[in-house]
Write a protein that binds this ligand. Structure first.
Ligand code: CO
Length: 469
C-alpha cells in the first residue's frame, strides 16, 4: 500500500529562496544562527530512478534565523555526479545501492578503477572555517554557507580510489577526526586527524581481511573506537563489482561485533574487545569512567535495517522498520568480552546530543531523535523522541499526518544543562502538503514556533546548526 508521504521519498524538490517565511509562535530572542541540512533532493538522475533512501541527489537546505524571523533557501549540491547525470540522462556514478547501467559503468569506473561519487548527501560538518557536505565516499564537497555553491573537494588521501569514510567525523577545538577504510587484499581502517591548518595525518590503523560497513565511529577522551560490525565485505567482490556497493556486504551472525580501541595520540591499538553481534549506523557518545570505556550507540540486532530503507519497502505504509535502541556498551581493559544494556526500549534513529558541550562526558543525559509511535508502529518515523540516559521518562512530540526529521540541538547562550535550548527539525505535514521548520523547547518537547516552507521537503539525514548573527 502506498503512503501519503511517498513524494518525500521518491520525487524531486525545487531550488528555492524565500525571505521571512510564515511563522507561527515566537522564536526565542537568543536564537540566532544558521541551520544547514543535507539529504536527497531528488531520486531521479536524468530519466533513472534510484533504489534506496541513501542514493538520491544531494540537496542543501539553509535556514537563516535572525531577529525572530527565518529565511529559507535550498540548492542541489553542485557535483560531478549531478553534472554527469544531466548530460548523460542517467546515473553515471555508483551510489550506495544503485549502479549506473553496466555498459556505461564499465567505461566509467569501479571503486578501485577510477573515482567514486561526489554526491555528498548525508551530513554537514564545519571545521577550520570550512563547510563540507559529506557522504561515505571519500570525496567531500566544500561549499559556501551563504550561497550553497560548491567551493572545491576534499579527500583524506591524495588518491581516494578504493576508499570509504564515515559520514560522521568527530571534532574538538583543535582537530577533526575520521576513519577511512582502505580496501585491498589486506584492508585497513585508518584513523585520521585534521588540524586547523587543514593538514591531515594518519594517526594509526587496524588491519582487516573483511572490512565492515561503518557509518560512524566512537571517540572517548583517550581513544578512537572503531566498531567492527559483522556486516562485512570480501574486498575482491568490490573489485569485481557485480552488484551495487552495499549489496556486496554480508551479515555474518556467528561473528562478534569487535570494538577496537586506538590511542588517540599515538594511534597504537590499545585493545580488541568482542561483544554479541549487532549493527549500528550511529554512535551517540563515549566517555571513560571507573577504568572502563563506555560507548553509547543506537544498535540493531542485525543489519536488516539497510534492506528496509530500499524505497520500494519504505514507501509501503505497512513496512515495519526494525527498532534501533539506545544501548550502552562497557569496554573494560583486561576483559575481552564487552557487556551491554539497553538504556531505554524506545525506538530511536538519527540520534543527536548537545555535542559541543557534552560530547565525551559521562554526565550527559539527553539524546534526541526520530522514532515510531507505539500506537502507529508501521510506516515511516512519525515522532520525535527525547531519551534520558539516566533513566528518566521518554518525551515525545507527534502530530497526526506529520513526519519529523532529525532534530538538531541549539543551546541557549549561558545555559548549562544539555536540554537548555531548542530543537530544530524539518517536519513533513501531509495534511497541508508542505514542510515546516519546527522549533521545540528541548526540555519539554513543547512547540515554541514553526516556520512554514514553500514546499514539501524530501526526507533527509543530517544537519548542522551554527550560532551567530
Ligand atoms: Co548518519
Amino acid at each position: 500500500m502506498q503512503t501519503i508521504y511517498r513524494s518525500a521519498l521518491q520525487g524531486e524538490n525545487r531550488e528555492f529562496q524565500a525571505r521571512n517565511i510564515p511563522l507561527e509562535g515566537r522564536l526565542p530572542t537568543w536564537l540566532s544562527g544558521r541551520l544547514i541540512r543535507n539529504g536527497p533532493g531528488s531520486t531521479r538522475f536524468g530519466q533513472q530512478e534510484v533504489r534506496h533512501w541513501f542514493d538520491g541527489q544531494a540537496m542543501l537546505h539553509q535556514f537563516d534565523i535572525h531577529h525572530g524571523q527565518v529565511d529559507y533557501a535550498c540548492r542541489f549540491l553542485e557535483s560531478q555526479a549531478r553534472q554527469a547525470a544531466e548530460s548523460s540522462g542517467q546515473i553515471s556514478y555508483p551510489e550506495f545501492a544503485t549502479d549506473p547501467c553496466r555498459s556505461l559503468f564499465k567505461k566509467v569506473m569501479t571503486l578501485f578503477g577510477r573515482s567514486s561519487s561526489d554526491n555528498a548527501k548525508v551530513s554537514i560538518t564545519q571545521f577550520a572555517g570550512a563547510y563540507m557536505a559529506l557522504a561515505e565516499t571519500p570525496i567531500q564537497v566544500e561549499f559556501d554557507p551563504e550561497t550553497l555553491r560548491s567551493a572545491g573537494v576534499f579527500t583524506y588521501e591524495a588518491n581516494p580510489v578504493g576508499q570509504m569514510t564515515t559520514a560522521h567525523p568527530h571534532q574538538d577545538a583543535e582537530h577533526l577526526y575520521n576513519v577511512v577504510t582502505r580496501f585491498n587484499r589486506v584492508s585497513e581502517y585508518r584513523f585520521y586527524r585534521m588540524g586547523l591548518d587543514r593538514q591531515t595525518q594518519m594517526v594509526g590503523a587496524v588491519k582487516t581481511g573483511q572490512p565492515s560497513y561503518m557509518h560512524s565511529f566512537g571517540l572517548s577522551p583517550h581513544y578512537a573506537i572503531i566498531t567492527e560490525f559483522p556486516f562485512v565485505v570480501n574486498p575482491l567482490n568490490l573489485l569485481l563489482w557485480l552488484r551495487p556497493f552495499i549489496e556486496n556486504y554480508q551479515w555474518k551472525p556467528r561473528r562478534p561485533t569487535v570494538f577496537w580501541l586506538l590511542d588517540r595520540e599515538t594511534g597504537t591499538v590499545a585493545g580488541r574487545y568482542e561483544s554479541d553481534p549487532f549493527f549500528a549506523f550511529h554512535h551517540v557518545n563515549a566517555f571513560e569512567r571507573d577504568g572502563e570505556v563506555v560507548v553509547d550507540l543506537v544498535g540493531y540486532d542485525n543489519a536488516s535495517i539497510i534492506q528496509h530503507y530500499y524505497l520500494n519497502r519504505l514507501t509501503d505504509s505497512q513496512v515495519k522498520l526494525p527498532h534501533g535502541t539506545l544501548r550502552r556498551y562497557h569496554v573494560q581493559p583486561g576483559k575481552k568480552r564487552v557487556t551491554w544494556e539497553k538504556l531505554t526500549h524506545d525506538c530511536i534513529e538519527l540520534p543527536r546530543t548537545d555535542y559541543d558541550r557534552y560530547n565525551l562526558r559521562g554526565d550527559y543525559r539527553s539524546v534526541y531523535g526520530i522514532g515510531l509511535r507505539g500506537d502507529q508502529p508501521t510506516g515511516f518515523y512519525n515522532q520525535l523522541v527525547k531519551l534520558d540516559t539516566q533513566g528518566g521518562a521518554t518525551l515525545t512530540w507527534h502530530t497526526e499526518g506529520c513526519y519529523p526529521g532529525e532534530s538538531v540541538f541549539a543551546a541557549r547562550p549561558g545555559g548549562t544543562a544539555d536540554d537548555d535550548g531548542v530543537l530544530l527539525s524539518v517536519v513533513l505535514d501531509t495534511t497541508a502538503g508542505n514542510s515546516f521548520l519546527l522549533v521545540l523547547d528541548a526540555r519539554t518537547l513543547q512547540e515554541v514556533a514553526r516556520a512554514t516552507l514553500p514546499q514539501a521537503v524530501m526526507f533527509g539525514f543530517h544537519g548542522h546548526f551554527m550560532a551567530g548573527d
